[in-house]
Each structure stands twice: as structure tokens, then as C-alpha cells.
Design a protein around this ligand. Structure first.
Ligand code: OSB
Ligand code: MG
Length: 384
């Protein structure tokens, strides 16, 4: 960990202790509804966590939703677990590096989204104090990252193909389409008829069972990069059975919550790719663990998305500069989601389908506080 070594040798970084945690609930309208097999989202409703120590504040965007339809946590469970369990643990911890936070939360089982929001805010705070962009303290690199899109279920197959036309024209490097039972093979066939060679994948968000293996065998004929989380959100055994039956790589999303989960899934042959969402694995510490485990096994990872505002979106940009992120992720332009993002400049994607990695400290773009205030519905603050 060169940054830690450097910081200690330089003597700039006396141990930190979090003095204040502020949480606000933010509601931002989405430009268009996002539909998956588990439901439709019209507003991005999330908790924004701010942690302060030694006069520096960092920010973490929680990926929980109002409902428990993607995974069990909700904004309310996150608020409860932060207030009653994680904040007291954080206030009791002296840390030289934010890698210490996730292990310090270990007594709290699960609740990865709550842990991640606080942990990622601490990484941002640490990076800001170092005067370093987040990617540098994570061990990544500057430059650009390749951007893909995730397209929700549309009112018709024709409408989906039109959406794909737009996104390919915009330069995105990979297209992911959502599927659900009754809306699957036909969608893939329609997109493939128009775009025989576009890097294409599907995401089922756990909508199928092993009884649908024949469908995925059919999918094998369409040269998909991968099929994401076809089976149950808490399964790796059936995914391993399915992976043995099909040629298309299985990618796990919902089933992976830690580096240990990744190790077990790979040991079982449950997948050949993993989607890393920091918010789903307890933050950057968990992301590094999944990344390192996959890299050691030569299994590619890519960075998932949760319709984040610019704050979480920029965290994703930095994360995917790590060397194991060899496939384009779901991090796309702010303008695909929001009329007005919470950061300035917004996240933009070039016509070559790339996002510039910020060089300014922390997440690297300014947070536009009047917009955050306008979107805030309630707030809480805790002190050591
Ligand atoms: O499964 O990756 C998913 C959005 C919300 C919940 C789950 C998922 C998604 C996406 C959208 O696919 C990714 C994005 O555009 O942020
Ligand atoms: Mg997914």
C-alpha cells in the first residue's frame, strides 16, 4: 500500500478520527423511468453521507433504494444501521488509512450498503486531505475509462431497438439490456438483427430459475458478452449448474457481497465475470477485495451502476481505473439520468465512449450545494 507508506513517512497523516457524520435523504427525478425485472424507478431516492475529521469533509452516496426489491437493504434500514451501529463504531476508531473502516464494521453482519456509504465517504475525506484524486489512493491510474450503458425494459421491442440506436450512435462501448420472463430472447434477436457485432449483454436481475436453462442455451447463439444474474439473488449453486450448461459467461451481481463471496463463487464455477458495485460489497475495501480475488484468478470485473447521482457516479469512475476492470462498465453520462446533476461539471462521455478520470482531490468535481439542498427531504447529524 504505497500511499499509506508515503503518508506515514511524510508525517502528514496523523491518525484520523471521525468527528461528525451528516446524513441527508435526497430525491432526484429521473429523466425517464428505469424498468427492470424487479420494478420501475422514477426518482432516484438516496442517502448522502458526509463525514468530517480534522476540518476535512468527504462524501459517500448510498446505493440503497426506498424499497427492498433489488437487495434487502432500504434507505430506512441504512439510516437505522448507520445511526445505531456504524456511526458509534466509526466514532471509536482511530485510522491511518480508510482501509481500516470495513474491518472495523465486521461485527455488523450484512448491511453492506450502509457500511459502504460511510466507508466511501471516509475514503473521499482521506483523499481530499492528501490533496489526491480518489483513484490514486485506491491504487488506480489517471486518464480515461471506457463507458457502457444499461438500458431498461421499454414499452415495445421497437422502442428498445431505437434506444440502442441512440446509445451506439453516442459512442458507448457496450450495451446491456434488461430482460425478464416473456421479454428476453425476442429482445436479443431484435437488437442483434440491427447490430450483429455490437458488444451486447443481458441482465435478468434474478428473474429466472434453472427450469429456464433452455432459454439461456438459445441465448448462446447470439454471441453475448455475458448474462448477468439470471438466477436467484442469493444463489451461487444453481448459477454454477447453469454455467456448466451454457457457453455464454455468467456474470454475478446480486449474489456477491464481499471478496469472500467472490472467492466462493469462483471456486464453485458460478460465474466467469463479476460486476463490482462498491455499495453492494461494503465500499472500496470490499471492491478491492473482489477485484484482487478476481484478478488473481484472471477473471475480469467491471463496474456496475445504481443510477447514481454525480457523487456516486464519480466514485465509480475512480474505482474502475484499477487494472482488473478490463470491461466497460455501467457508468454512463449524467445527462442520461438527470436534467441537472448534483456535481459540476456533470459526468460526460466522449464520442469515443470514454469518461475522463478527474485529477482534483477526492471525487474530483464540485458538489453544487444549492441543488443538493433543493433535493433534500430530511437530514440527521451525529457527533462523536
Ligand atoms: O442490476 O445493474 C443492475 C440499476 C438499478 C439496480 C440494479 C441495476 C441497475 C442497472 C443500471 O443496471 C446501471 C446504471 O445505469 O446505473
Ligand atoms: Mg445487475
Amino acid at each position: 500500500m504505497p500511499d499509506l507508506h508515503h503518508a506515514l513517512v511524510a508525517g502528514r497523516s496523523a491518525p484520523l478520527r471521525i468527528e461528525r457524520i451528516q446524513v441527508r435523504h435526497v430525491s432526484l427525478p429521473l429523466r425517464r423511468p428505469f424498468e427492470t425485472s424487479f420494478g420501475t424507478t422514477t426518482h432516484k431516492e438516496f442517502l448522502l453521507v458526509a463525514v468530517s475529521a480534522a476540518g476535512v469533509t468527504g462524501y459517500g452516496e448510498c446505493v440503497a433504494d426506498a424499497d427492498p426489491y433489488y437487495l434487502p437493504e432500504t434507505n430506512r434500514t441504512v439510516l437505522h444501521v448507520l445511526r445505531d451501529f456504524l456511526a458509534p463504531l466509526a466514532f471509536g476508531l482511530d485510522f491511518a488509512h480508510p482501509r481500516a473502516l470495513l474491518p472495523a464494521f465486521a461485527r455488523v453482519r450484512g448491511h453492506e450498503m450502509a457500511k459502504a456509504a460511510l466507508e466511501m465517504a471516509a475514503w473521499d475525506m482521506y483523499a481530499r486531505r492528501e490533496g489526491a484524486p480518489l483513484y490514486r489512493v485506491l491504487g488506480g491510474r489517471g486518464g480515461r475509462v471506457a463507458s457502457g450503458v444499461s438500458i431498461g425494459l421499454q414499452p415495445s421491442t421497437a422502442a428498445l431497438v431505437e434506444r440502442v440506436v441512440e446509445e451506439v450512435a453516442a459512442g458507448y462501448r457496450r450495451v446491456k439490456i434488461k430482460i425478464k420472463p416473456g421479454h428476453d430472447l425476442e429482445l436479443v434477436e431484435a437488437v442483434r438483427a440491427r447490430f450483429p457485432d455490437v458488444p451486447l449483454m443481458v441482465d435478468a436481475n434474478s428473474a429466472y430459475t434453472l427450469a429456464d436453462a433452455a432459454l439461456f442455451l438459445e441465448m448462446d447463439r447470439h454471441a453475448l458478452m455475458m448474462v448477468e444474474q439470471p438466477l436467484s439473488w442469493d444463489d451461487i449453486v444453481d448459477h454454477a449448474t447453469l454455467q456448466r450448461q451454457i457457453r455464454t459467461p455468467v456474470c454475478l451481481d446480486e449474489s456477491i457481497h464481499s471478496g469472500e463471496d467472490a472467492r466462493r463463487a469462483l471456486a464453485l464455477g458460478a460465474c466467469r465475470v463479476i460486476n463490482v458495485k462498491a455499495g453492494r460489497v461494503g465500499g472500496f475495501g470490499g471492491s478491492l477485495a473482489v477485484h484482487d480475488t478476481c484478478r488473481a484468478a484472471s477473471v475480469p470485473v467491471w463496474c456496475g451502476g445504481m443510477l447514481e447521482s454525480g457523487i456516486g457516479r464519480l466514485a465509480n469512475v475512480h474505482l474502475q481505473t484499477l487494472p482488473g476492470f478490463t470491461l466497460p462498465g455501467d457508468t454512463s453520462a449524467s445527462a442520461r439520468y438527470f436534467e441537472e446533476d448534483l456535481v459540476d461539471p456533470p459526468v460526460v462521455v466522449s464520442s469515443a465512449g470514454e469518461i475522463d478520470v478527474p485529477e482534483a482531490p477526492g471525487i474530483g468535481h464540485e458538489i453544487v450545494w444549492p441543488r443538493v439542498e433543493k433535493a433534500t427531504t430530511f437530514r440527521e447529524e451525529w457527533k462523536r
